[in-house]
Design a protein around this ligand. Structure first.
Ligand SMILES: C[S@@+](CC[C@H](N)C(=O)[O-])C[C@H]1O[C@@H](n2cnc3c(N)ncnc32)[C@H](O)[C@@H]1O
Length: 204
């Protein structure tokens, strides 16, 4: 396995010592924070929103969303035990208060939720999912009518170009359409080394 493949593997599911380092990087790297803050701003969170974040990593975005949705609940799922531990520690107080609920599981095995979500967010992990269309269909069933899902992506592989970002936006849009989402919207934010794309669909 090449070095690049090993690094990608850690971002796909952080494990062990290196997983902890990867989690630290994701929680502190400025491009990571900028990308996630932009995603949150486009979601237009309301104080009472019920939100699900998929692939929460170190839990920074969970924490930020819980500070905005002060009367709502933020749920999160991630398949990495190391990320689950980091995110649980970072959000300990909100978890104790019942305002954040985290699960260690894959998006392919959704836990049962008590009521529909207003918003679902996934930042830099959609491309790791298996059976994307089927999983998106199941997620749509977890959204209230009018609820939105946002898939956010900034390609990180060496040699990535703006064309890859545009292509990702088109691909993600097609997946959302195939899963029955409507009113697809695509936004791009200029960033270094390449833009981030935000693709939103609505459950109508
Ligand atoms: C590149 S990290 C991004 C973390 C965070 N969203 C961020 O932007 O900082 C990808 C995360 O998604 C998680 N992940 C990848 N595939 C997943 C899946 N199928 N189900 C649940 N979590 C997944 C990984 O464990 C990892 O924590």
């Amino acid at each position: 396995m090449s070095l690049v493949e090993k690094i990608v593997e850690q971002f796909a599911c952080p494990t062990g010592f290196w997983g902890n380092i990867v989690g630290f990087i994701m929680a502190h790297r400025s491009s990571n924070l900028e990308r996630n803050e932009w995603a949150i701003s486009l979601l237009n969170l309301q104080p009472s929103d019920r939100v699900l974040e998929i692939g929460f990593g170190p839990g920074v975005t969970i924490q930020k969303m819980s500070e905005i949705a002060i009367d709502g609940v933020i749920w999160g799922i991630d398949r990495s035990e190391v990320m689950f531990r980091q995110a649980s520690k970072r959000n300990q107080r909100a978890i104790s208060a019942g305002r954040v609920r985290l699960f260690l599981t894959s998006v392919s095995q959704l836990p049962s939720f008590d009521s529909p979500f207003d918003k679902i967010l996934a930042v830099n992990n959609f491309y790791f999912w298996d059976n994307k269309t089927e999983v998106l269909r199941r997620l749509r069933e977890q959204l209230r009518t009018g609820g939105i899902i946002a898939l956010v992506h900034q390609p990180r592989l060496p040699g990535t170009t703006e064309d890859d970002v545009i292509e990702a936006g088109e691909k993600f849009s097609r997946y959302l359409e195939m899963a029955g989402f409507k009113d697809i919207q695509v936004e791009r934010k200029r960033m270094k080394p390449v833009s981030t794309v935000y693709v939103q669909g609505r459950n109508l």
